[in-house]
Structure formats: C-alpha cells, structure tokens
Design a protein around this ligand. Structure first.
Ligand SMILES: NC(=O)c1ccc[n+]([C@@H]2O[C@H](COP(=O)([O-])OP(=O)(O)OC[C@H]3O[C@@H](n4cnc5c(N)ncnc54)[C@H](OP(=O)(O)O)[C@@H]3O)[C@@H](O)[C@H]2O)c1
Length: 314
C-alpha cells in the first residue's frame, strides 16, 4: 500500500493519476490530514491498517511507501507567514518521517532548487552546500535535514520550475496573459530548468517499481540507493525564453489565439519582492545513472503538455 500525502496539489494530482493508471494500491490525503499534526498522521495510518472499506488483503493494507507531495509552496507569502511555512515544510516533513519510520515505510519526499543560493555557475550537484535565500527555501532545507536526521530509508527529490495540469503554474499563467494582453514582461536574469509534473511523477513511480522489484546479484542490491536526488527536465532556460517557447507552442497548437509581445526585463525592473536564485540548474547525473533513464528536453515536455487534451489553464 502506498500513502500519497498532498494528493490534491499540482504534483500530487499527477502522481495520483499515474498510481491509478498503473493499478497500485494507494490511499491519498491532503489538508484533511494535517501534516503539522503528528497525531493526525498516526491516526490516519492506523485507520488504513484496520479499515474494512479498502478492498484489499490485510498485507496490502500495510503502508510500505509514503510519498509526500504536500507543502507550503507560496514563495512570496512565505516571507509573511514564516511560522506556517516552517510548520508545513519542516515540522510536517519531520512528522511524516517519524510516521514512516515507526511503520517501516520508505519515504519519497519532494524538495526544491531553492535550497541553493543561485550563485553557482555550474549545475548544482546533490552534495553542494545549501544556502537558501528566503523563508520558503529555508523551510524546505530544514525539512530535508529533519528527514535525514530521523530516518535512513528516504528518497528526497529536489525539483524546480514545476508545472502540471492540475494547479496554478507559469505555463498556465503565461497562456492566460498572452490570450488577454498584447504585452507581457518576463524576467530574463534567472536561469533554471522547467519540470513537467508528468515526468516527475513517473520518476517517483519508477523508484517504487525498481525498489519493489529489486534483486540481489553478485552481492549487490539493485534497488535505487537511498538519499538525495535532483530531477528536472533536461536543458536550461530563462523565464523569458521559457515564455517565448510557450508562446510559440501555444500559437502552433491553437491554445494561444492572439498576438502578444514578450518583453524581457530584469528581476529588479519586474519589482520582485523576494530574492530568488539567479541560477538554479540542477545536475541530474546521479538520478540518470541510478535509475538508468534518459531525460527528455524541457521543450519536448512542454510541447506534449500544451498539445494535451488535459491542458486547461484555470
Ligand atoms: N511548484 C514549483 O514550482 C515547485 C518547485 C520546486 C519544488 N516544489 C515542491 O514540489 C512539491 C509539490 O509542489 P506543488 O506545486 O504540487 O504544490 P501544491 O500544488 O501547492 O500542493 C501542495 C498540497 O499540499 C497541501 N497542504 C498544504 N498544507 C498542508 C498540510 N498542513 N497538511 C496536508 N496538506 C497540506 C496543499 O493544500 P492547499 O492547496 O489547500 O494549501 C496542496 O494540496 C512541494 O514540496 C514543493 O515545495 C515545487
């Protein structure tokens, strides 16, 4: 049994869809089981193990995996609500790690490129020193450390510039703006790697599959090693170039129906209130080697996303 926490969020909805599609036994919770409340997590876990409403055998009711897609994700608001951001992203992660450890479950937890300060000129590897710039990044970094201190059977996946079908995101925002305005200003001095939730969710499922089907051969265990991994789509871009690609693909697919001029601007000109990493490209060498996967380019993932029938900017 897999317990998906944050199942109604942007990433969580995609993971839920893929778990369902691949016929996993899973249960999902969101805000109704508050991760800042350790007792609420324990009570839910017990209710699953003893429940009769799930049409599964008693062994299937044992939670072997917890996937945590819940989080406090509003970077600007976190500056004003530091205590709440810390409760959800740090204390919440700790509570989940404790719950996982107490039942012997493995944990997959999602973290962020914002744990870095963005001053590097080369792609960040997993072992590079962290130095978050704002409250959100600090809370995500503290959550990672809480998990690392509490348990060993974890996979922390740091991702970046995430967009998906079921939630507010840059691709949807741009599409809406480009369909309603004839000019948009977009920041061109921040560089990163977009990540479509579809690919991130499928990597989460791949970790579970590889681990569940692991074998011993020549004294070596084939399960992916526990630890921290980076995952985004391949390549890098600025928000400005990302917006240009959205416009091009939106026009081509008929999802953007009017002309719009995209103006590059600096973070300072844009008037951003929170400092964000200027360069947050993550090296994905470790995950590619461990899972034996090749990463699709961010442009090809964006094209599939925009062309999809599920594309619905709300
Ligand atoms: N979005 C990005 O660009 C990005 C980039 C890097 C990393 N990440 C990380 O990726 C993960 C998923 O992000 P996302 O964009 O899918 O987030 P999201 O859409 O904001 O989803 C998070 C979910 O967690 C729920 N939640 C909030 N507080 C909770 C609590 N106390 N107990 C239980 N559930 C709670 C939220 O409910 P409400 O919506 O009702 O608050 C929401 O359903 C997060 O860990 C995030 O930090 C995101």
């Amino acid at each position: 049994m897999i317990w998906l926490i944050g199942c109604k969020g942007m990433l969580g909805s995609e993971v839920a869809r893929q778990l369902e599609q691949n016929k996993y036994h899973w249960v999902g919770t969101d805000k109704e089981v508050d991760i800042t409340d350790r007792e609420a997590l324990s009570a839910f876990e017990k209710s699953v193990e003893t429940s009769s409403y799930l049409d599964t055998t008693s062994t299937d009711k044992h939670i072997k995996w917890i996937i945590n897609c819940a989080g406090y994700t509003n970077v600007e608001q976190a500056q004003e609500e530091a205590e709440l951001a810390d409760q959800v992203n740090n204390v919440g992660a700790l509570n989940i790690a404790r719950t996982a450890r107490s039942i012997g479950a493995k944990l997959i937890h999602i973290s962020s490129d914002y744990v870095f300060n963005g001053k590097s000129s080369q792609a960040y590897t997993e072992d590079m020193p962290k130095d978050p710039l704002g409250v959100y990044g600090q809370s995500k970094s503290a959550g990672e450390e809480a998990i690392q201190k509490e348990m060993t059977q974890f996979y922390i996946l740091r991702t970046a510039w995430l967009y998906g079908f079921d939630g507010k995101n840059f691709v949807y925002n741009m599409t809406k703006l480009m369909n309603s305005q004839n000019q948009v200003n977009v920041i061109n001095d921040q560089t990163g790697s977009p990540t479509c939730a579809v690919e991130l969710a499928s990597v989460i499922l791949k970790i579970i599959e590889k681990s569940d089907n692991a074998t011993e051969a020549f004294g070596k265990h084939s399960a992916p090693a526990f630890g921290i991994y980076h995952f985004t789509n391949a390549g890098q871009t600025t928000w400005y170039d990302f917006a240009q690609e959205i416009y091009k693909l939106g026009k081509k697919s008929g999802k953007i129906t009017q002309d719009c001029t995209i103006n590059p601007c600096s973070t300072a000109e844009y008037g951003a209130t929170v400092e964000r990493p200027a360069f947050s490209v993550l090296s994905k060498d470790k995950i590619c080697k461990e899972l034996k996967i090749k990463l699709p380019s961010w442009q090809s993932c964006l094209e599939k996303f925009i062309k999809s029938e599920r594309f619905n900017p709300v």
